[in-house]
Write a protein of this length. Structure first.
Length: 414
């Protein structure tokens, strides 16, 4: 089991907080494992003093807990375990399976001495009734499938568990990661066909359980067409009107409002992430021409229908997902005559990142560096590419993709 260290480090300061800890992410990205790692750390911290029922862990995907998806039964099961004299840690996995769960959670949070952790596969956990009823008393953490560092750790652990001798070639691992992605279940498969089967089952599960059933989508075919479009066009500007026009034919008509609704459902299931545009000179967010990035490259290769600029798309997508996994806010930068791939922010600090597959010509070099040179401020600026040799210029740092993915310290916010 790979320790999700980067997420644990962010969540630890809140272990005893009254804020409800909400852990969200796409299905099967590792939220349940992370929640169990949190439980293990809490138990270890209170090893000498922890009484029975001080920590309560309930997995609502487990058939054995099916009756607890009734909020009244859940309340009656948990309430006797709570005490004013000691804090009780409540860890609820896949809480969205509980009808009206926000009522029960709100009751425990406001009347009992508890620290509550929730996981779920849909952002409605924060945007819906939970946020409304709890009035901002939540803190959220977005979990992604394995990033490249975690993927390498998983492969090293797998090699040791099989008592195999040898050394893992990092460049080969990167090729595998850029093809099959970082879903833990997929990473555990050795054969390409097995990986494809697991990815296909995962895709179908996300479509059926996290989008169609939850949102009562009437046309599964239209949803899959929109989803396939978003996945195959990862890193591209998305327009609901353009998608609607492309999907409309002589037999069926798809409206732009329908497409925008479906895009929202897909985003809420964390299958794709949205990067809004940011006017760098005007210093404001722009609510048009956003880009969408598929959460995992395994899904891209499973559903892709493109050949042109495929590797540019792959590299830009993996950089976006890496930045999100680091807890960054990521925007697409807009200048008067050019575009900056990513404006990266956290805690009031910022940097700019341009992404290219390879710097194969002087025109490519001038385009990538030139866009950053046109920015008038002094925030750090980076170009990330798959070139084997890097060549920084004019204070702009050129970083190899494999180094960027392996070493967080190479990206500095100013």
């Amino acid at each position: 089991m790979i320790l999700r260290t980067q997420y644990l480090e962010r969540i630890r300061p809140f272990y005893d907080s009254e804020l409800i800890k909400v852990i969200t992410g796409v299905r099967r990205c590792g939220k349940s494992v992370l929640l169990r790692q949190i439980a293990d750390e809490i138990r270890a911290e209170h090893f000498d003093s922890m009484e029975p029922d001080t920590l309560v862990f309930v997995d609502f995907d487990d058939y054995a807990n099916r009756e607890l998806t009734d909020p009244d039964k859940l309340y009656r099961r948990i309430k006797p375990k709570l005490s004013d004299e000691r804090k009780t840690y409540l860890l609820f996995d896949e809480i969205q399976n509980v009808r009206d769960f926000e009522l029960v959670v709100n009751s425990f949070n406001t009347t009992d001495n508890v620290s509550i952790f929730l996981t779920g596969s849909n952002s409605k956990l924060l945007s819906g009734e939970l946020a409304t009823r709890l009035g901002g008393r939540t803190v959220s953490f977005h979990v992604m499938p394995f990033n490249f560092r975690e993927f390498c750790c998983f492969k090293e652990a797998q090699l040791h568990s099989e008592a195999s001798e040898g050394h893992l070639d990092e460049s080969m691992l990167l090729d595998e990661y850029l093809t099959w992605g970082g879903f833990p279940l997929v990473c555990g498969q050795e054969l390409a066909e097995s990986r494809r089967v697991v990815l296909d089952n995962l895709y179908n599960s996300i479509v059926l359980r996290d989008i169609i059933q939850r949102n009562k989508v009437s046309s599964a075919t239209t949803l899959e067409n929109v989803l396939d479009y978003l996945i195959a066009n990862s890193s591209s500007t998305v327009s609901g009107n353009n998608i609607a026009a492309e999907l409309t034919d002589s037999v069926r008509k798809v409206s732009a409002p329908t497409v925008y609704d479906l895009i929202r459902y897909i985003e809420e299931a964390y299958v794709v992430g949205r990067a809004e545009r940011y006017d760098i000179r005007g210093k404001k967010k722009l609510r048009f021409e956003a880009k969408e990035y598929v959460c995992d490259l395994g899904l891209f290769h499973l559903r892709k229908n493109r050949v042109k600029d495929e590797w540019n798309c792959v590299v830009e997508t993996v950089v976006y997902n890496e930045l999100i996994s680091r807890g960054m806010q990521v925007y697409v930068g807009k200048l008067h005559k050019s575009e900056i791939d990513f404006v990266v922010e956290r805690d009031g600090r910022r940097c700019y990142v341009q992404v290219a597959y390879v710097m194969a010509s002087e025109s490519t070099i001038d385009r990538e560096f030139g866009a950053l040179e046109a920015i008038g401020d002094s925030y750090p600026k980076y170009v990330v590419s798959m070139d084997p040799v890097v060549a920084s210029r004019n204070g702009i740092t050129h970083v190899r993709l494999i180094d960027f993915l392996r070493d967080e310290s190479l990206l500095r916010l100013g």
